[in-house]
Design a protein around this ligand. Structure first.
Ligand SMILES: Nc1ncnc2c1ncn2[C@@H]1O[C@H](COP(=O)(O)OP(=O)(O)OP(=O)(O)O)[C@@H](O)[C@H]1O
Length: 253
């Protein structure tokens, strides 16, 4: 049984069909990229899988269980972790406290939030920070970190839920090229070692072709192609979809 099964998801906004009968599945340890030109429906699909948006039709199954109508919080507890395009750390807290907050949420101790997070789950937080190479910065305020480091902390926060599925919305947006590759290498190694399935949207084709194990291409709300990075790069329909942007599918590296 696949880790994630998306079955005929559809969503319209007024007359605009943002997703039409989208169907695919995702296996543990896979790095699946969702690409498509602007307005293709990537965010819409992502938000229906994350629980931020309600589909008009279709279903989402995680490990065989329907989560189509579960709230983002319920999905989080069932094993759906998420990082956002704009990093969402609490800047007033230090690095470790941010991860500890996520651990408190996973352990469902939110009723005890009034107590300082300082001591709870600190060892587990440090171990997660170690995984993303940020243990040395544990006691630094998040507000003092470079952007690439904030994204690593965000990854540790997402991993705190022990996700089976990790949703990453433009994980490398705003990063320098070398930082992008480092973050995605790190994500791929965690996906492989913890058998986490990763679904990510991305505009940077170097990141897509360099780090995805499989790629899905959306156009006007429909999947027009799916395959390995090489298959996708050679696919005439995909080239056509990116017409007018000759370099979009080229790798610069
Ligand atoms: N809340 C909304 N209300 C109305 N129309 C929407 C809404 N959200 C998305 N759309 C429309 O649905 C279509 C798909 O949008 P979506 O944001 O999912 O695409 P995208 O592939 O994520 O685009 P981008 O790469 O620019 O972020 C677009 O035509 C968009 O204008």
């Amino acid at each position: 049984m696949s880790l994630l099964i998306v079955h005929d998801l559809s969503k319209s906004f007024g007359g605009v069909v943002a997703a039409r009968d989208v169907a695919f599945s995702l296996e543990p340890a896979e790095m699946l990229a969702l690409i498509g030109p602007n307005g293709a429906g990537k965010s819409t699909l992502f938000n229906m899988i994350g629980g931020q948006l309600r589909p008009d039709r279709g279903s989402v199954l995680l490990d065989g269980e329907a989560i189509t109508h579960a709230s983002p919080q319920e999905r989080f507890r069932q094993g759906v972790g998420r990082t956002f395009q704009v990093a969402q750390t609490f800047l007033s807290m230090n690095v470790a406290e941010n991860v500890q907050m996520a651990l408190i949420s996973r352990h469902d101790e939110s009723q005890a939030l009034w107590a300082p997070a300082r001591d709870r789950h600190r060892a587990e937080a440090l171990s997660l920070l170690d995984q993303v190479g940020m243990a040395d910065a544990a006691d630094r305020p998040c507000s003092t970190l470079a952007y690439g480091d904030v994204k690593r902390v965000e990854l540790a926060i997402a991993l705190a839920s022990q996700p089976k599925l990790l949703l990453m919305d433009e994980p490398t947006a705003g990063m320098a090229p070398r930082e992008r590759a480092a973050l995605m290498d790190l994500t791929a190694s965690i996906a492989a070692s913890a058998r986490v399935g990763v679904l990510f949207t991305e505009h940077d084709m170097d990141v897509v072709f360099g780090h995805a194990t499989r790629v899905l291409v959306l156009l006007r709300g429909e999947i027009i192609a799916g395959g390995t990075p090489d298959e996708i790069r050679r696919n005439p329909r995909v080239k056509q979809a990116y017409l007018g942007d000759d370099h979009a599918l080229a790798r610069t590296a």
